[in-house]
Structures are given as structure tokens and as C-alpha cells.
Design a protein around this ligand. Structure first.
Ligand code: GSH
Length: 318
């Protein structure tokens, strides 16, 4: 009989901390792709499993596009309806733009984790960077996958793409420090507000989201990019949460002190410019998957699973 992993796959069974707060578990696979290492950079050896809905996975999609890795690292997109078995492939949940697993015909993302490690005890999250040669997961932590994409395939891509550096040496210190508070207050902060199971835990989480947004609004005054004068991973990491804010987090996660489009003109302009002027951002964004995922997959938050139609438009024109 196979092991019961429903406690790991079913988000409805996920427990908050005793005080009602939500803590995100650390990612389990943390290997790096590098020349001469266990996982060397090679064309068509690695495969990226993603959801368009997931902000963490979208970081990897954006970076893959920015770096022109489309042909080096193919992707597979799961269905946005994350149910009791976790993320399904199109073979068991046909949904527009969802795909079947081309490597193993898996039904769910959990099958990949259990193929790599039958006793895997963590959550079955996307993104997953998979090694076809060793049939295992290289890395399932988006912040590390984007660093891998930023540098490690540079010998296999055209010079103009290799030149793109979203974690430049001279800005690293500032990027690292910004990443830390943006992660806590914003990327993870909206989930802490949304998954809190007591009013106290919710209120403790929601104010810091808006304090951080207020701070970013000031930083982006008259600026095109978050850190320095060029696109960096600080923009990528912040953007994936901001683009979901008005369509999802405002209602679904009760982050409703202000919205982005009326409350934060600088953040709104920065978000729109990246979306409309840089195809790596627009091509990695699917508002249907984003909205369907959240409003459908968390019946403990939205029991009727009705997906709100607005805001119209999901993102304003420039
Ligand atoms: N630390 C991970 C977090 C990934 C993550 O939490 N992904 C969510 C989707 S947005 C997921 O797959 N959750 C499934 C689950 O927890 O069952 C990363 O940044 O890559």
C-alpha cells in the first residue's frame, strides 16, 4: 500500500501555528547547477515545472525569459486548480494552457517529488527544477533557481543574453538587504495575512504589508527600477507579488487597506512599465491561472470557489 501523503499535498489540511499565524516551510532541494559540479550546465538536460498562478514559480519564468533560456530549459505548466493531491497536470485536470507531464506522464507534481525521493516529507511545491539525467530534483527554491539562471548557462546562450545580469556584483549588498524585508513583509507577508486563522494573527500580518508598500512607494518616486538604475532580481521578486495584488490579495487575503492602482501611483507605474514594455514579464503572466488558483484552491478562505470577475482591467494600460 502506498504511503498516505495527503497531509503534505492537501492545503486544506495545513495547520497554522498555535497562535493562528502562518509559517512557510523551507524548501528541501537546494543544489546548484555549475560547471564541474554534480549538475553541470547542459542543454536539454533540465526541465522546469511551474504554475502561472504561483508568484515563486513566476520569478523563474521571468528570469528564464530574460536570459533567453527558452530552448535550453523547457517548461511544463500545471493546472491552477490545486486540490487534495496538490498541483495537477492536464492529464487529470484539463484546463486552458495547462499541460501534461512530457517526461513521465505524472498526474500530479507530488509524483515527481516521490519519484525523486519516495520518503519525501515536505510540501509538493512549484517551481521544480528537474534533472532528466539523474531523474531527480535539482532545486525547488525560486530564489536560488533565478540565481542559477542568471549566470550558469551563460556559455550556452547568445552574448546579448549572457550579458544580462540581474544580480550585479556592485548592487548585491543592497539587493540582499531589500530582498530580506520584501520577502518577509510582502512576498510572504500577503500569505501570512491571508492564511492567518485568528483575527490577531491576521492584523499582526496585514499592517506590515502596507508599511512596506509605503516605503517602496517612496523609493520608486522618479525611479524606473527598485535598486540602482537597472533591472535586478529585486524588481523580479517584488513584481510577482504586486501584479497579483489588486486581482487577488486585496480580497482573497484581506490585504485591503489600499489597492495598488489608486493607493500607490509609483508602484503602479513601475509595475505597468515592466508588464507592457518587457515581454519577459507579460509573457510570464496569466491572470486567469492566477485568479482561478487562489479563489478555487483555498476553500477554507473562499468556500464557494467563485472567482471574482474584477478588477477590470486586471492591469491598467500605460
Ligand atoms: N520556497 C518556495 C515556495 C514555493 C511555494 O510555496 N509554492 C506554492 C505555490 S505559490 C506551492 O506550490 N504550494 C503547494 C503546497 O504548499 O502544497 C520557492 O520560493 O520556490
Amino acid at each position: 500500500m502506498s504511503r498516505d501523503v495527503s497531509g503534505q499535498s492537501d492545503i486544506n489540511k495545513m495547520k497554522t501555528e498555535p497562535d493562528g499565524s502562518f509559517k512557510r516551510a523551507a524548501s528541501s532541494y537546494r543544489n546548484f547547477i555549475q560547471k564541474g559540479g554534480q549538475f553541470p550546465p547542459e542543454k536539454d538536460r533540465y526541465h522546469l515545472y511551474v504554475s502561472y498562478a504561483c508568484p515563486w514559480a513566476t520569478r523563474t519564468l521571468i528570469t528564464r525569459k530574460l536570459k533567453g533560456l527558452d530552448e535550453i530549459i523547457p517548461i511544463t505548466v500545471v493546472s491552477p486548480r490545486m486540490g487534495e493531491h496538490g498541483w495537477p497536470f492536464a492529464s487529470v485536470d484539463q484546463y486552458p494552457a495547462a499541460e501534461v507531464d512530457p517526461l513521465y506522464g505524472s498526474e500530479h507534481v507530488k509524483d515527481l517529488y516521490l519519484r525523486a525521493e519516495p520518503n519525501y516529507a515536505g510540501r509538493f511545491t512549484v517551481p521544480v527544477l528537474w534533472d532528466k539525467k539523474n531523474q531527480t530534483i535539482v532545486n525547488n527554491e525560486s530564489s536560488e533557481i533565478i540565481r542559477i539562471f542568471n549566470t550558469e548557462f551563460n556559455d550556452l546562450i547568445p552574448a546579448d543574453k549572457a550579458k544580462i545580469d540581474i544580480y550585479p556584483e556592485e548592487l548585491r549588498e543592497e539587493i540582499d538587504s531589500v530582498n530580506e524585508w520584501v520577502y518577509n513583509a510582502i512576498n510572504s507577508g500577503v500569505y501570512k495575512a491571508g492564511f492567518a486563522s485568528t483575527a490577531e494573527a491576521y492584523e499582526a500580518a496585514v499592517y506590515p504589508v502596507f508599511e512596506a508598500l509605503d516605503k517602496i512607494e517612496k523609493i520608486l518616486e522618479g525611479k524606473k527600477f527598485f535598486v540602482g538604475n537597472q533591472l535586478t532580481e529585486a524588481d523580479v521578486r517584488l513584481w510577482v507579488t504586486i501584479v497579483r495584488f489588486d486581482p487577488v490579495y486585496l480580497r482573497h487575503f484581506k490585504c485591503n487597506i489600499r489597492d495598488i492602482r489608486h493607493g500607490y501611483p509609483n508602484i503602479n507605474r513601475w509595475m505597468k512599465e515592466l508588464y507592457w514594455k518587457n515581454p519577459a514579464f507579460k509573457d510570464s503572466t496569466n491572470f486567469d491561472h492566477i485568479k482561478t488558483h487562489y479563489f478555487w484552491s483555498h476553500p477554507f478562505v473562499n468556500p464557494q470557489r467563485i472567482v471574482p470577475v474584477g478588477p477590470i482591467p486586471h492591469i491598467e494600460p500605460l
